[in-house]
Design a binder for this molecule. Structure first.
Ligand code: A3P
Length: 287
């Protein structure tokens, strides 16, 4: 099916109609944040699901009950998704944890007023692209990506859902609310998950001893997390996500793009990247 059939355009970006209804977008616009809320912000395919495992485990000081019994979409709800409206989020005790894929300029007035804590996770866009391509093949609510070359054009042009990776990262990097935001990359988490968990715990004012950090890290490494049916999307019907086509927790590595992009595609990507990111003064992990 086409973009016109499957997507709605909201604040200039495509969103899949099935998971973002008019009501859910209104719900998000009117959502009342609390100052101690924790908002995990990602461009899709940058490590959202991973964070839905890590942050609850930090807050529970390693107690796995929540991550073992509650699916990630209810444990750490996606604010702009239809499901959020049904979860009585205003009844949840603090600190509440949510995710959003929205760009900075799509955030609500309530967000800018209350300034909750944000963990912004970014990932090498080449790997985001690769992960997104495979995900688009297995999720029935997304437009099938066509060939890799075709999807590359869409991705670079910001015609994938949630818009341009470049706009997303640039917007959040230049936020005026930096004192409330912790920036971390997927690659740092791959390289040293213990150090990443420690840094997140400090940001969230949750003291953890080394045994707790080790326990959390062990649960969240790819091969272990992949076994958690509350986190691996195996509870989602195959009519919505066909994991026989591509698993949601697919490879979980940094640099898989090298196995997929042709030399010409990688060069085109680099050229595009340099042009788009030339004014950003930040040492990205993959630069
Ligand atoms: P790959 O498709 O490259 O494997 P999101 O949750 O934002 O949609 O991102 C999905 C990507 O994060 C997938 O990347 C998935 O495998 C990866 N991921 C999820 N959990 C992970 C973990 N514990 N360790 C490493 N990567 C993980």
């Amino acid at each position: 099916m086409t973009e016109e059939e499957l997507y709605t355009t909201y604040k200039g970006v495509y969103l899949p109609k099935v998971v973002h209804s008019t009501e859910s977008l209104k719900y998000y616009e009117e959502f009342s944040f609390r100052p101690d809320d924790i908002l995990i912000v990602t461009y899709p395919k940058s490590g959202t699901t991973w964070m839905q495992e890590i942050v609850p485990l930090i807050l529970s000081q390693g107690d796995p009950e929540l991550v073992d019994t509650v699916p990630n979409w209810d444990r750490v709800p996606w604010l702009e998704e239809t499901r959020a409206c049904d979860l009585n989020l205003d009844q949840r005790p603090s600190p509440r944890v949510f995710i959003t894929h929205f760009k900075y300029d799509m955030m609500s007035t309530g967000f800018f007023k209350v300034k909750p804590r944000v963990i912004y996770v970014m990932r090498n866009p080449r790997d985001v692209f690769t992960s997104y391509f495979h995900f688009s093949r297995m999720a029935s609510y997304l437009v099938t990506p066509g060939t890799q070359a075709e999807f590359l054009h869409k991705f670079l042009d910001g015609k994938a859902i949630f818009g341009s990776w470049f706009d997303h990262v640039k917007g959040w990097m230049s936020s005026a609310e930096q004192q409330h935001i912790m920036y971390i990359s997927y690659e740092e988490m791959i390289l040293d998950l213990e150090a990443s968990v420690t840094r997140m715990a400090q940001f969230l004012d949750t003291p953890l001893d080394s045994e707790m950090i080790r326990k959390i890290t062990d649960r969240c490494v790819f091969k272990n997390m992949k076994k958690n049916k509350m986190s691996n999307y195996s509870l989602v019907p195959s009519t919505m996500m066909d994991q026989n086509v591509s698993e949601f927790l697919r490879k979980g590595i940094a640099g898989d793009w090298k196995n997929h992009l042709t030399v010409a595609e990688a060069e085109h990507f680099d050229e595009f990247y340099q042009k788009k990111m030339q004014d950003v003064k930040y040492n990205f992990f993959w630069d």
